[in-house]
Design a protein around this ligand. Structure first.
Ligand code: SF4
Length: 289
């Protein structure tokens, strides 16, 4: 019999669990609830909450809204969002993850220091990602975003640098950036770095690699927009070339299920457990043994 196993360590991180609980709690009161952006980078979970009444809106729609209740998701928001809410009588249900909130505060403190003009606040993260927009917003848009170690080369090494990271970036690449800056910073400038990578993602890697390596075939379940999904999937691929990224059960290619003895189902911090279970059951149906 072919073994099909779900990775115990995969699934929502506590930040996402809290945001979804808050949404469910508010929806249970029967009032209209809006969410600024997708509550989680997983379309199936977004659809589930939509069916319960959650209305997802974009930034333009948020600006037009008056006298309403809006949930802010775990990624966090820039100060401007809170200001608009205040002006337009919008009640905020703030589900910003405490890890992200702490990071926002640290960046804001750094920005408010008197010597700000003499230094660069650098954020290792994805340009345009919701969390990064919230972080850059703490500096009035002045922080520099670098997406990779390669981009660290464009920094001005004659000026002091304070380096932070988006919570879901790769620890290895962060360390690579730190080393590069250490070797290039001018003796007249200072360099301080803060490892602000969330361990909910980083700590999953060793277990995930082990899980992926012990199966013949891996289905990694994640929304295509999820940053941590992309990164964790890359980890699976490193140890098991027969790893496949899927968003839902319809994306399973049945021909992959031939000539394998064990199949693993795992996912990102934005992947609901129920979806992995659904995929597990679907695979069982397809292999019919
Ligand atoms: S990955 Fe970490 S920082 Fe991001 S929402 Fe989850 S717990 Fe919070």
């Amino acid at each position: 019999m072919i073994k099909v196993e779900i990775d115990e360590g995969s699934g929502f991180c506590f930040g996402v669990v809290t945001a979804i609980h808050k949404a469910e709690e508010e929806l249970a009161k029967g009032e209209t609830l809006y969410c600024l952006g997708d509550i989680v980078h997983n379309s199936r979970e977004v659809d589930r909450l939509k069916a319960m009444g959650l209305i997802t809106i974009n930034r333009d729609e948020f600006r037009q809204l008056r006298n309403a209740k809006v949930l802010l998701r775990a990624h966090g928001e820039p100060p401007e969002t809170y200001q608009i809410a205040q002006e337009n009588n919008i009640e905020i249900i703030d589900a910003t993850c405490p890890v992200v909130l702490r990071l926002q505060k640290r960046i804001k403190q750094e920005f408010r220091k008197e010597d700000f003009e003499e230094k660069q606040i650098v954020i290792y993260g994805k340009n345009g990602h919701a969390e990064v927009l919230g972080l850059v917003g703490q500096t009035g848009g002045q922080a520099i975003v670098i997406e990779s170690a390669e981009e660290a080369k464009k920094l001005d090494f004659s000026k002091s640098i304070r380096l932070f990271s988006q919570t879901t970036k790769s620890l290895d690449e962060f360390q690579e950036i730190v080393e590069y800056i250490k070797h290039h910073i001018s003796p007249d400038a200072t360099f301080e770095y803060y490892d602000t990578i969330c361990r909910q993602v980083a700590n999953r890697m060793p277990n995930l690699r082990e899980f992926a390596a012990t199966h013949d075939l891996i289905f990694f379940v994640s929304g295509k927009k999820s940053s941590n999904g992309k990164m964790l999937f890359e980890e699976c691929l490193k140890v098991n070339a027969n790893s496949h990224l899927i968003d839902n059960e319809k994306e399973i290619d049945p021909s992959l299920l031939q000539n394998v003895e064990s199949i693993g189902v795992c996912g990102a911090t934005s992947t609901p457990k129920w979806l992995m279970e659904k995929i597990h059951d679907h695979i069982r149906l397809l292999i019919k043994d």
